[in-house]
Design a protein around this ligand. Sequence first.
Ligand code: ADP
Length: 335
Amino acid sequence: MPHPILKAKSVSKIYKHAAALSEVNLSIEKGDIYGIIGQSGAGKSTLIRCLASLLEPTSGQILFHDKDLLQMKGSELRAFRLKVGMIFQHFNLLSSRTAAGNIAYPMEIAGAADPKARIDELLGLVNLSSKKDVYPAQLSGGEKQRVGIARALANHPEILFCDEATSALDPKSTKEILDLLKAINKKLGITIVLITHDMEVIKKICNKVAVLDQGQVVEEGSVAQVFADPKHPITQYFIQSGSHEIPPDFFKAISPNRKLLRLRFKGDTANEPIISQIAKQFHVEANILMGWIDSLQALSIGTLIIELTGAPEGIEKALGHLREKSVHYEVLENG
Ligand code: ADP
C-alpha cells in the first residue's frame, strides 16, 4: 500500500454559521500532483489553507506522515512549515526586494547557512538567472510566478501548495508555469497540491483529482478514471466546459424518437466500430455530429456527440449495448 504524505480526515470548517467544508477526506501520496477543482465558493481556498496549516479546521484531522497537524505545537509546527512551500494567484512578492531578495526571504527566516549559492541554483531552476537583480514591478506575470516558485522551493519542501497559480496569467505563461511545475515534480520528487477552477490545468499536469462542491468532495480518483467516467453532474460540467462547446442548434432539432448522446471512450475501446455496430444490430440510425480527442498525460479519451434515431426499443437496446461495452454515455437531450 502506498503511504500518504498528507491526509485530510473528516475535515470541516465552519465560518460563523456557514459550513465552508463538510467532512472532507483526501489522501495525497508522495509524488502526486493532486488537483482540487471546484467552482467559486466551493471551499477550495479554505481547504488548501487547512492542508497547509494556515487555517485551523473546526473539526477533523490533517495528517502529515501520520502526524496530526492540529496537535503540533511550537518547533514541530515550524518544522512542518519549512517542509511545505506555497505559491499564490497574485504571487505575493515583496515589491521592495529584487527577485534574489524575494527568494532569500524564507531562507533568512529559517537561518539557512549559505543562501547565495542556493539562490543562484533556484534562479537557474526556474530559468530566471538573468533577472536576479530585477524588482517585481519590472517582471511579467509569468516571471513573477517563477520567482514565487523559486521562493517556495528555497527550504527544500516536500510539498508545494499552489493556490490558483495560473489564474492571473495569459495562456502562454500558464503553459510555461504548468510545464515548470511538472518538471519540478519529476526532477525533485516534490508532491504538488493545487487548487483550480480550470479543468485544463487538471488535465495538463495532475495525476489525481478531487472535485469539490459546496464544501464536499463529490468525486475523487485518478484523472484518467474521473475524466473517462465522470459520475457527478458537477464533474461532468467541468469536463464539458473545456474547449468543446456543443452548438445549441443540436439541442433545438430534437424530435420524437431521437436522442442526443455524448459518448466517451478510453483506451482500446476507442478503436472499436461501436457506432456502426449499434446502427446495424438494433436498426437505429446513428449520426456523428461532433467528435474530439482529449489527450491526458498517459491516456487519450475520445468524445463523440451522436444522435440516435429509431424505434424506442431499438434505442433502448443500443444503449444497453453501450453499457455492456463499458462505453460511458450521457443522454444530453431526449426526443
Ligand atoms: P473557493 O476558494 O472555492 O472560492 P472559499 O474557500 O473561498 O471557496 O469559500 C468557501 C465558502 O466559505 C464561501 O461560501 C465563502 O463565502 C465562505 N468564506 C470563505 N472565507 C470566509 C471567511 N473568512 N468568513 C466567512 N465566510 C468565509
